[in-house]
Every structure is written in C-alpha cells, then in structure tokens.
Design a protein around this ligand. Structure first.
Ligand SMILES: NC(=O)c1ccc[n+]([C@@H]2O[C@H](COP(=O)([O-])OP(=O)(O)OC[C@H]3O[C@@H](n4cnc5c(N)ncnc54)[C@H](O)[C@@H]3O)[C@@H](O)[C@H]2O)c1
Length: 405
C-alpha cells in the first residue's frame, strides 16, 4: 500500500483527500500530517486518516522524520513555505502533488527547478486544476485541432465576487510575505493557461496594479464584531459565504471545523499589502499578444476570455460554463458558422477540475504512465510570468521572464 504524507492540512489538501477516499486503506493510506494548527490536524484525523496518523508542526519536520518511508506527498501549505518542503521531498524522490503557485520568488522557482532536474525529474503534478476542466480542455482542443488557425491575441480576465474578495482581503493571502504578489497567488493559473494556449515563451511582460476599494475606511473598526457599520457593510462576515473550493453539502459538513468563522478582520482596515485590481500585457516569442485583467469586488466570481485567431474566435465564461466559437466565413457571402457549447462537469470544485486532477494523482500513485497536464516546468514558467508582471508594476518597465526549458 502506498504511503502518503500531507503538508498543510487546509482547504486545498482536503480536496485531494476527498478524491483519494475510494482507495484509502486498500491502495494507499495517509500515514502522516503536518500543520501548525492542532484543529486542522484533528479535523484531518477525524475526516480522512484515522487516529493513527502521525502529526508534525511543519513540512520540514514531517519530511525529516518520515521521508524514507513515504511514497508520495501533497504539499499544500501557504505559498512561501512550499520550498522548504519541496527540496527534501525531491531529494527523497517522492511522487508529489505541489500546489500553485509553486513559489513566491524567482530565486525559489529557479532553486526548485534545479533541484527537480538534479533529482531526475520525479513524478510531480502542479495543482493547475483549471487545465483539467472540460471548459479549458475544450479550448485547448479547438486550438490544437487547428480550428482557430493561428492565434493573434488573447484577452482574458479573472473577476472575484464578494466571497473570494473577502478571502484575499482578510485571510493570509492579504500579505505579500506569505502569499507572494497578488497576481502570482491568484492568477498563476491564468498565466499558466495563457502559456499553455500560446505554446511559446513569454518574451516581455508589462503590468499596472492599484488598490482603490480596499483602502482604510473612516468609521469602520478593525473587526466586524466591533464595527458600527456591520449592518450595512457588504463584506460583514455574517453576509459572506466562506470561500471553499467545493460547495457540495457533504463536503461542507466534513470540513466544517476548518471554516475560519473566527476571522472577521475588516476587509478595508486589515493590514494588507496587495492591490485590488491589476492589468497585464504579455508579448510571446511567437508574436501572440495577450492581455489579462484581475479585478476584485465584482458581482460574481468568474473567468472570461476571448481568443482571436485567423480562422475563428473563441469566447468563453467559465462561471456560466459557456463557450461560443465564431468561424470566419470561407467566402464573402457565406453565413458565419457559430457554435455554442454548454460545458458539462461533475460538480466537483473548480468546475469539475478537482475530480480530474484527483484521478491524475491516483494514476501517479499507481505508477500509470499518464503524465500530468502541468509539472514543474509549467509551474515555474507560470510563476516567472506572474513575478515579471509584479516587477513591472513596481518599476514601470517591461520585464523578460526568462522561461526554463
Ligand atoms: N489549485 C488551486 O486551485 C488552489 C486553490 C486554493 C488554494 N491553493 C493553494 O493551496 C495552498 C494552500 O491553500 P489553502 O486554500 O488550503 O489554504 P488554507 O489556509 O486553508 O490551508 C493552509 C494550511 O497550511 C497550514 N500551514 C501553515 N504553515 C505551515 C507549515 N509550516 N507547514 C505545514 N502547514 C502549514 C495552515 O495552518 C493551514 O492549515 C496554497 O499554496 C494555495 O495557493 C490552490
């Protein structure tokens, strides 16, 4: 039976735990857990592992004691803490699911890449779960099949509704030092998708970022419970559904204890250092140009995109599970062909991507030759674009992200 360790027993690792349930105790077993929060360790023992899982306060402690006896590890601690676990896990040759963004600095990304190459490129999937969705999978198929022709430009965005916005403005992600730049933490997914669709290195990245809405608010307190504006505030903690990847009732019940109800920090007055909106331009080495916009405080959470090709244009809104493809007429008076595709999925988190990436992890545990859709190289390159955008927003200069190959 394969032995698995989990580092960071929060919401994201719980998604993998749910996906691994069917073979738990027969094909694999989670034998050890690392998290500094006793409540998280207790919840995981109760929901996923049983009382006999050994527990540790951090990833490095777990790996120092357990790496030799493990087959695989899930690394889902906060972003800046990935490297300290990835390096020993690579050294031990463990099969790995590593959450995005893989690291928060260019130095850490390149150190990880070097260690990965030196370790002989072990089986490793980065948690770019959107690649595993039917929505983005269909777009990729349309591009690969040649139906779009050559891509000229892409316009994409990520819009954050109230619940996700609040997660960023009051949770650990509000601080650079632990989450990395906002665009990296939230949109390394999107930078990865752009890289995937374009299929060439990004050569120049420029960006602007700003914080307008979530500035200190006169009359508001530091927490909702102490706040006189609580009745009218859109972000008062009792009005905001906690941000979770999977909203199915059985899941909510399972991880109920993890929902941070105690965190009612004011989204306006919190000690955040992240922007609340940002735009990015990317010039790829093959001539494709992409623009991307990230915006918080929007009516609903979604991602939309438009891909402008020489044969067709794709428009999509993942929040509505909808794609529309308009094909250039072959001749002047031909009617334009339009295809509207409603995308189906199984309802698991990230528009069905969570169950598919779970299957990917199971295939890796079984030693099946199914390569992940995103590994270390894709993880590093998506971070390099995001970090280049952050640097450009700070300096006002375009930046070459210098992809690894
Ligand atoms: N692929 C995706 O779509 C996706 C979605 C959400 C989160 N994530 C990523 O997953 C990771 C975890 O995010 P989350 O939403 O589960 O956050 P979370 O806050 O729910 O969980 C993080 C856990 O890590 C624990 N932790 C803190 N320091 C630690 C340490 N030194 N060693 C071990 N554990 C430690 C925390 O106590 C917490 O329980 C992040 O990298 C995040 O960006 C990815």
């Amino acid at each position: 039976m394969k032995k698995i360790g989990v580092i960071g027993c929060g919401a994201r690792a719980a998604c993998y735990m749910r996906q691994l349930k069917d073979g738990m105790g027969t094909e694999w077993k989670v034998t050890c857990l690392a998290d500094p929060r006793a409540l998280a360790l207790e919840t995981y023992k109760k929901s996923y592992t049983g009382e006999d899982a050994r527990t540790y306060g951090s990833g490095p402690e777990l790996l120092a004691a357990e790496a030799d006896g493990l087959d695989a590890v899930v690394i889902a601690s906060p972003n800046a803490l990935h490297l300290e676990s990835v390096l020993p896990a690579l050294k031990a040759g463990l099969t790995m699911v590593l959450e995005k963004p893989i690291a928060t600095t260019e130095e850490d990304c390149r150190a990880m890449w070097q260690a990965y190459v030196e370790a002989g490129r072990p089986s490793l999937a980065v948690g770019f779960v959107l690649r595993y969705t039917n929505f983005y999978g269909r777009i990729r198929q349309l591009i690969e099949s040649g139906a779009v022709g050559d891509i000229l430009s892409i316009e994409a965005d990520e819009l954050l509704g109230p619940s996700l916005t609040a997660t960023y403005m009051r949770g650990w992600r509000r601080k650079h030092d632990i989450s990395g730049p906002f665009l990296l933490e939230k949109c390394s997914h999107d930078m990865d998708l752009l890289n995937w669709f374009v299929g060439a290195p990004a050569a120049r990245v420029s960006s602007f970022a700003s914080r307008t809405v979530f500035a200190p608010k006169p009359g508001a307190a530091l927490t909702c419970r102490a706040c006189a504006l609580r009745e009218t505030c859109r972000y008062a903690v009792d009005k905001i559904a906690p941000y979770l990847m999977d909203l199915r009732p059985e899941y909510l019940q399972e991880i109920g204890a993890l929902i941070p109800k105690e965190n009612d920090l004011c989204v306006y007055n919190s000690d955040k250092d992240i922007p609340d909106h940002q735009v990015v331009n990317i010039a790829y080495a093959n001539g494709v140009l992409a623009t991307f916009s990230l915006c918080t405080d929007q009516p609903r959470t979604t991602r939309t995109l438009r891909i402008n090709g020489t044969k067709a244009q794709i428009w999509g809104d993942i929040g509505r599970d909808l794609l529309r493809v308009e094909y250039h007429p072959a001749r002047k008076h031909d009617e334009m062909r339009v295809e509207e595709v409603e995308i189906a999925h199984d309802g698991s988190g990230h528009h069905g991507g969570d169950s598919v990436i779970g299957d990917q992890f199971k295939a890796m545990l079984r030693g099946q030759p199914t390569p992940p859709l995103a590994g270390m190289r894709e993880g590093v390159n998506a971070c390099l674009v995001s970090l280049a955008a952050h640097r450009s927003a700070e300096t006002g200069e375009p930046v070459n992200p210098r992809f690894v190959e």
